[in-house]
Structure formats: C-alpha cells, structure tokens
Design a binder for this molecule. Structure first.
Ligand SMILES: C[S@@+](CC[C@H](N)C(=O)[O-])C[C@H]1O[C@@H](n2cnc3c(N)ncnc32)[C@H](O)[C@@H]1O
Length: 563
C-alpha cells in the first residue's frame, strides 16, 4: 500500500473505532422522539406536543437529537423555499415508531404486531390445517389474539410464566395458561414459538407474499429501526473486546490466531473462558470489520487477525483508543444517556440527573471515576498529538511559554515541550486532577479554576475544553485567557471539533455523535465555524484562523482584538 493510502486507511480505522464506541448513541436517540402531526412539522410544533404543561421543552436539545436522526434517515428535513422554519417529517423508518399505530416497534415487547402480519400472510397454508395451537413463551398473548381473528377455528392457548400471563389482557378465544416450558407444555396440534426478530430473508420467498415497492421500503424502514434499536450491541461487543484484550492477544501472536489460542490467553487460571460466547462476539466484530477471519482451505480452525480498526484497541500501543472505549462505555458514562427525553422535556444536564452532581464533581469525589476519565482523555491526546505537532510547527516555534488550560494529567503539553524544549510548559487543571498527574521534564503542574484565573503566559492551548461549556461559560473562560496572555503577540490555540453540517469527511459524522455526548455529560456542545466565531468574539478574540489536521479535531488559532 502507498504511504498516503496507508495513512488514509489508518485514519479510517480510527474513525471506525470512534463510531462503534458511540454506536449506542443511535439507540439512545431513538428512545426519545416523536409524535405525528399529520404532515411535516416545525421544531416548535414538535415542542408544543412534548410539553406536559408543567415544564418547557428544550428546543435546542430536540434539534440536536433530531439532527443526528436525520443523518441516520430516521426523519427527513425540508428547507422551505420561502425561508420559513425547517419542516421535519417521518420516513419509512420512523413510521415504525408511532406509538398508537397498529404496526409499531415502539413498545416492542408488548406489541408484536408487525411480525404478526407477516406470519399471517406468509403461513396461510400452515395455519389453516391446525386445530389447536399453543404459543410457548407467548408473552401477554398479542400474537395469538391476531391469529385467532384471522383463523377463528383454531383453539389457541397462550402459555408463559405466571408473572407474565397474570398481566395479560383478555382476548376473545384465547385462553391463558401459566407454567414452565422446561417442566411441561399443554397438549395441542401445534406449538408456535416466536422470538422478537424480523423475518430476514423475505426476498427469498417471492411466492408467499405479493410485494410492492412500498412494502419493500416499509420493510427496509423496519429493518433500520431494528438496527438502530440494537446499535448499542456494537459498542458493547467492542468494549468486551477491549476488556478481554483480544487485539493485544492477536498482536502478541505476531499473526492471526485461532479462537482457542485467543481463549487460552484470556484464561486467568481461575475461570475457564466460554469459547462459544467468544466466537459469537467475534462474529459480530468480524461483520463490523474490527477483526478479520480467514478459513484455511485445509479445514483447520479459522484464524482471526487485526484490521486498521482493531490496531487502535492495542492497550500497550503509543496510539490507542482502548482507555477511551472503556471510559465512554462504562455504566457511569452511559447512565446519563437514559435521561435524554427528560432533558428535552425540562432542560438541564443529563449527567446531573443520573448522578446527582456535575461530571467534574464526581471526578473530584470518586478516584476510580477520576482515573477512568483522565485515562480516557489522555489517550485521545496522544492520538492527536502527532497531528498537532506536525500541523502546527510554525505556531510552536514562536511561543516562549505555554499553559495547557484543562490539560488533564499533562500528556499533551509534555509531548509539545519534548519537541519544542525552548517552551516553558504549564499543565493547568483542577486540583484533584493535577494531584494525580505524572512528573514530566519541562512541565510544571498548577492546580486552579479557569473560571477564577489562568496563570500568565505567552500562549494558551486548550484541547476539548470549550465543548464542555455553554456559550456564556465559554465567553468567561476566553475572557480569562485574554487576561493571561500578552496583548501584542499572545494567542490561544483551541483544539476542537468543527462541525460541518454537510460534511462527508472520515470524522465528520462523529462530530454530531459527540455533540450528543455533550448533552449526556456536560452543559456544552460541538460547534460549527459560525458558532465558534460567535463565542470567540464574545471573549474578545476577533481574529482567528482554522488549521485542519488529519484528526477528529482541528486547530483554531485565535488572537486578541488588539493584534
Ligand atoms: C474533556 S477534559 C479534557 C482534558 C484534556 N485537555 C484532554 O483533552 O485530554 C476537560 C478538562 O477540563 C478540566 N476542568 C473542568 N473544569 C475546570 C476548571 N474550572 N478549571 C480548570 N480545569 C477544569 C477537567 O478536569 C478536565 O481535565
């Protein structure tokens, strides 16, 4: 592979890990939207239907969630030519989310009707010849209640565990029996057992169902909802691969490894690994191209190997995203995502609703969370450092002293002073963070609060700080930055995502996902260039330059108005 092509492939691999790390976002965003209005609606109209009269919906949060769902084609957006408000409409996917529809996937466990209609039309012959039928594990009897309507000659029994059938509604012609299928199943001509899954290969049964293009599109829409409902499975499979160090194990073999070889390295001597579960997780990760599988022609065991994506999961590599995967997919970080609909309805910070305090307070109180969070962020600094160092050579040459504001445990500034030893480096963060930071040559750690004061310096660098805060707080931080640097040649180097609404670059999609992460974890947001300009000007930085680097993040170099 040519050098440039290889770099491209490596970056693409990195983007894939970011995407799968956050794939659960799609499932979480789906959780929290929408009511039909009989046609396209504006955001205001959506908001007016969400309000319960007691709280007032947060329109900005709704628009940020819908923005991602539009990219996923769950909703459509229309920009009226008369420059009126944007109109949002349903797609073939979101029609499956209508709570009050006969065919819904919204309350999936209690309304198995969508699959029912397919069973009824595809299995006519089979059902006509049955006299009695037991639905084993039939839940509350929804499937049988539909079958009996179409085939009233069948004597049907809904059979499930006592606590399930005790909550089942009464349906004409359906008797409910409770029991344990491992013990005994009521006698009948036939037994039906349905799992909650769409019939996958409908197209292979052309004779059983007349299908129009619309049916096809509707089924496709349904498949999309199933996919997004379970997007979190990708994140969880990825997380387990990192916890089990599967990439490291394959790497340590120096080449592809069999499942047994991988399992033998997972073995801690105390437990014995479940190779079937491992193979099922690997099957998904192979489909997602995180690993590859090779089936030797001589029938020996399949061999698993790394891809440009899984190389980003190597714990001991200089460039790894493993700690970030563990951090973002930890229950502490995931709990706030369940509060999105509450954030839409009443505003507020999801993290606080989930944990009762802001993220920085939890970090200051809980050393395990502090470490998990700092390690996660520190690895992302290493990942972007080389891109920053090579993309901003000129910029560093002219700096005498540099403060990394919110620098975490100091990884970024330590790498900068290694390459530019003439720079006097300061890592500035909250006291509970710098107290756990390692010692680096040429870097002093200073504990403090950037809302109070920032140490005086020639220049400031801030990576992933401003996206944690709303515009008002960002302006306060920027004003404090301005006070800390010289009027003449001071500058602030901001390392952040720049959202591109129609961007198609490798990392552009991840920006919109991380924007929702900001709803989950902080009071901040990811910003477009126009939004950056607004807060920079608010903080007294009227000139700025954007430098694109091969990374998820870009460099914004901002100068005070006096220059
Ligand atoms: C998203 S992390 C970014 C860390 C680091 N810049 C990086 O990118 O790896 C935000 C950092 O801001 C720090 N922080 C939060 N509030 C702060 C405050 N009031 N003053 C100084 N630092 C603060 C946090 O402790 C945390 O290290």
């Amino acid at each position: 592979m040519e050098r440039i092509e290889l770099d491209e492939a490596i970056l693409q691999g990195q983007a894939e890990i970011w995407r799968y790390m956050f794939n659960f976002v799609d499932s979480m965003a789906l959780n929290c939207i929408i009511h039909s209005h009989g046609g396209p609606v504006t955001l205001l109209q959506i908001a007016s239907r969400i309000t319960d009269g007691l709280t007032s919906p947060d329109i900005t949060t709704i628009s940020r969630i819908i923005r991602l769902l539009i990219r996923r084609k769950i909703f459509t957006i229309h920009h009226p030519s008369d420059s009126g408000d944007f109109l949002y409409d349903l797609s073939n996917s979101s029609r499956w989310l209508l709570h009050d529809s006969e065919q819904t996937l919204a309350p999936i466990l209690v309304h198995p009707r969508s699959v029912t209609s397919v069973i009824l039309s595809s299995y006519k012959q089979g059902l006509s010849s049955i006299g009695s039928l037991v639905d084993v594990g039939g839940g509350i009897g929804g499937l049988l209640s539909e079958i009996i309507k179409a085939y009233p000659h069948i004597k049907v029994v809904n059979f499930d565990l006592p606590h399930v059938v005790s909550t089942a509604p009464t349906y004409n012609g359906v008797s409910h029996i409770d029991g344990d299928m491992f013990h005994a199943i009521p006698n009948a001509d036939a037994v039906i057992m349905k799992k909650n899954e769409i019939p996958r290969k409908l197209e292979e049964r052309p004779n059983t169902m007349e299908r129009t293009e619309l049916d096809e599109a509707r089924l496709q829409g349904q498949a999309e909802i199933w996919r997004y409902m379970f997007s979190f499975a990708d994140s969880m499979a990825l997380k387990s691969a990192v916890e089990l160090r599967i990439a490291d194990i394959i790497y340590s073999y120096g080449g592809p490894a069999t499942l047994s070889q991988i399992a033998s390295c997972i073995n801690d001597g105390l437990t014995s690994p479940d190779i079937t579960t491992l193979s099922r997780i690997m099957r998904l990760l192979v489909r997602k191209k995180i690993f590859t599988i090779h089936h030797p022609s001589d029938g020996r065991d399949p061999l698993y190997d790394l891809t440009h994506s899984s190389r980003w999961l190597l714990h001991d590599s200089e460039q790894t995203l493993a700690p970030m995967v563990l951090m973002e997919n930890h229950p502490w970080q995931m709990a706030p995502w369940h509060y999105f609909s509450q954030c839409v309805k009443e505003g507020g910070v999801a993290f606080k609703k989930a944990h009762g305090c802001e993220i920085w307070d939890l970090a200051s109180r809980n050393p395990d969370f502090n470490k998990l969070f700092n390690d996660g962020l520190a690895c992302t600094s290493k990942v972007v450092t080389s891109a920053i160092l090579s993309g901003y050579k000129q910029g560093f040459n002219s700096i005498g002293s540099l403060v990394d504001v919110g620098g975490g445990t100091g990884g970024l500034i330590s790498e900068i002073v290694k390459v530019y030893p003439h720079i006097k480096g300061v890592n500035f963060d909250l006291p509970h963070v710098v107290s756990t930071a390692p010692t680096y040559n040429g870097v002093s750690h200073v504990g403090g609060d950037m809302f109070h004061a920032i140490p005086n310096t020639g220049a400031i660098i801030m990576k992933w700080i401003l996206h944690d805060w709303d515009d008002e707080d960002c302006i306060k931080i920027l004003k404090n930055c301005k006070k800390a640097i010289p009027k003449e040649n001071g500058k602030v180097i901001i390392i952040e995502i720049i959202l591109k609404e129609d961007g198609t670059g490798v990392f552009d999609e991840i920006g919109f996902i991380l924007d929702l992460a900001m709803i989950a974890h902080t009071n901040g947001k990811e910003r477009t260039e126009v939004e950056w300009k607004k807060i920079l000007e608010g903080g007294g930085f009227f000139h700025f330059k954007i430098i694109n680097i091969p990374s998820l993040l870009s460099i914004i170099e901002a100068y005070p108005d006096d220059q």
